[in-house]
Design a protein around this ligand. Structure first.
Ligand code: NAD
Length: 361
């Protein structure tokens, strides 16, 4: 056995119902005395609850998905003008993403309090959008120093968004199984992440205010992000990145729709990943396990429901082809991509549009 694995340095605190006390302890541990609190207007109430009594010098609520450069510039200027010494983000992936954009240029530490299952808090990946083009990169400066997970902060996340966000986390696990730098540790974390998410998400859908499902979902989210950050973007993330950037599609929902199609495409050529994913779902096959979960949580099914057109699907083929990561379990042709995008666009059953079967024609 020969492999290299880099563990990222980060403190992670799971503290259901105790975020306020644990955030205070982390602020003290980091020696901060001038906090910039970042939370969108919709997340302000959650942020208020965990920051009362803390030394806040500025509260920032201009948060936009995919972090437009202009928004990042304004937030960076505010951090500098107020002399902030810690960025405290309370919110979903968009909020964490803005904190990362500030940290990227200022080197300020981040304390992240996630309120969705996006997982950005546990990766060193940043993203910025300029003139409708999203660029991403990895930088140690943007990895939050500490993360406080409190499942009670996710109870207000509506069920459809919880489901889409949780499937975004699941996509991190699945794509990590064949990411360009995947190693056995990533696969172990991703397998446990799938198990936790497959248990947690139906419980969230059935009892949105119950904590057990929410806790499992957050635990799975963290594992998914650690595995993904180490393994790197596989075919699934590359496709979602291309589509999200070109058509401004909602991030989590795009992942939720595209995932079963990439899994159906890659799984027959990736026997170890297929076996591990199936085992994590407790199903006969990986695709069957994912479909069972998707039915149980009423997952989003079609990109056309988010404003994409069939012409958009065809027009994206070359961009996806250009982004196919090295080492994908099977070669990818233009016809494969066209078929996959069309299937995701119209919401076809990934089992009946088996790319394996079609490619043998
Ligand atoms: P989001 O952060 O945009 O949140 C979605 C909506 O839910 C927003 O309106 C938000 O205000 C609301 N919300 C958040 N928490 C809530 C709560 N507890 N209760 C009620 N409403 C709540 O969406 P997201 O899917 O969490 O994040 C998507 C963004 O994160 C994208 O830009 C994506 O690129 C990025 N992302 C980055 C990484 C990474 O590693 N860098 C990983 C995953 C996602």
């Amino acid at each position: 056995m020969r492999f290299e694995h880099e563990s990222l340095t980060q403190r992670v605190v799971f503290a259901s119902g105790a975020a306020a006390a644990r955030v205070r302890a982390e602020v003290e541990r980091l020696g901060a005395s001038r906090l910039m609190v970042i939370a969108s207007a919709a997340e302000a109430g959650l942020a208020e609850a965990v920051t009362t009594g803390l030394p806040v010098v500025v509260r920032w609520d201009e948060v936009v998905m995919h972090v437009p450069v202009e928004v990042a510039e304004r937030a960076r200027a505010a951090a500098a003008a107020h002399g902030a010494d810690l960025l405290l983000s309370v919110g979903g992936g968009s909020t964490t993403g803005l904190a990362k954009a500030i940290a990227l240029t200022s080197g300020l530490p981040i304390l992240a309090v996630p309120t969705t299952y996006a997982g950005s808090e546990a990766t060193s990946v940043w993203g910025l959008t300029e003139r409708a083009r999203k660029s991403t990169g990895a930088d140690a400066r943007v990895l939050p120093r500490s993360v406080v997970y409190d499942a009670t902060l996710t109870v207000s996340l509506p069920v459809p968004m919880s489901v889409a966000s949780g499937l975004n986390a699941l996509a991190h696990c699945v794509d990590a199984m064949w990411g360009p730098r995947v190693d056995p540790i990533d696969r172990a974390l991703a397998g446990e992440g799938i198990r936790a998410l497959a248990a947690g998400l139906p419980a969230v859908a059935a009892d949105p205010s119950g904590l057990e499902g929410r806790e499992q979902a957050l635990y799975g989210t963290y594992l998914s992000a650690v595995a993904f950050s180490s393994a790197g973007s596989g075919l699934h993330h590359k496709i979602c990145h291309v589509l999200g950037g070109r058509y401004d599609l909602p991030h989590a929902q795009t992942h939720a729709v595209v995932l079963p199609h990439v899994l159906a495409f890659n799984a027959p050529a990736a026997p170890e990943a297929e076996r591990r994913i199936a085992a994590a779902f407790g199903a006969d096959s990986a695709v069957e396990g994912l479909e069972r979960l998707r039915r149980a949580v009423d997952a989003p099914t079609a990109l056309r429901d988010y404003g994409m057109t069939e012409t958009d699907a065809d027009a994206s083929v070359q961009a996806v082809l250009d982004a196919v990561p090295e080492g994908n379990p099977r070669p990818v042709t233009a016809e494969d991509v066209r078929r996959l995008l069309r299937a995701a666009w119209r919401g076809a059953d990934p089992r009946t549009t088996s790319n394996e079967k079609e490619s043998r024609r």
